[in-house]
Design a binder for this molecule. Structure first.
Ligand SMILES: [Fe+2]
Length: 155
């Protein structure tokens, strides 16, 4: 059965919202990869690289899901800024600060995607629901990796 046009519009809106959030966090993680400073520089440089690459793949998947549903991808920095709840941080690149910022961002993403999952239930779009669930699990894993570094530093 085809999705109704209302369900499709709502699903596409959810995907554009997720795209804006994901793109903001992608840029923030890439910025962390470039600018991080501290005794664990190289390890964090590589960790942030693997995470921004994973976010880059996710962004492409989200955007192409929008086209699959025949929607328009809303991709401009202005649109991302308007829609994304991932906030700017200070120009502080000490490893501890960056790790804390990103841990909080992934916390926020996890909560946000859970909210989107509650919404998608109403629109009968199992394909998008599956994508959201997979995004949720990825953010939970990235959160774990980042948080583990903070715990290690505290010892
Ligand atoms: Fe690089």
């Amino acid at each position: 059965m085809q999705l109704s046009s209302t369900d499709l519009t709502n699903s596409i809106q959810i995907l554009n919202d997720l795209l804006a959030h994901s793109y903001s966090l992608y840029l923030k993680t890439q910025n962390a990869h470039w600018n991080v400073q501290g005794p664990s520089f190289y390890m964090l440089h590589l960790l942030f690289e693997s995470q921004y690459q994973s976010l880059q793949n996710a962004i492409d998947e989200i955007a192409e899901r929008i086209r699959t549903l025949d929607g328009v991808i809303e991709a401009s920095f202005q649109k991302f800024h308007q829609k994304s709840g991932v906030k700017e941080c200070a120009d502080d690149y000490k490893d501890r600060y960056i790790l804390n910022v990103l841990v909080n961002d992934h916390d926020y993403m996890i909560q946000h995607i859970r909210d989107l999952l509650k919404k998608i239930e109403k629109y009968h779009d199992d394909g998008t629901k599956d994508l959201l669930t997979s995004r949720l699990k990825d953010h939970e894993k990235m959160h774990w990796f980042l948080k583990s570094h903070i715990k290690f530093d505290n010892k």
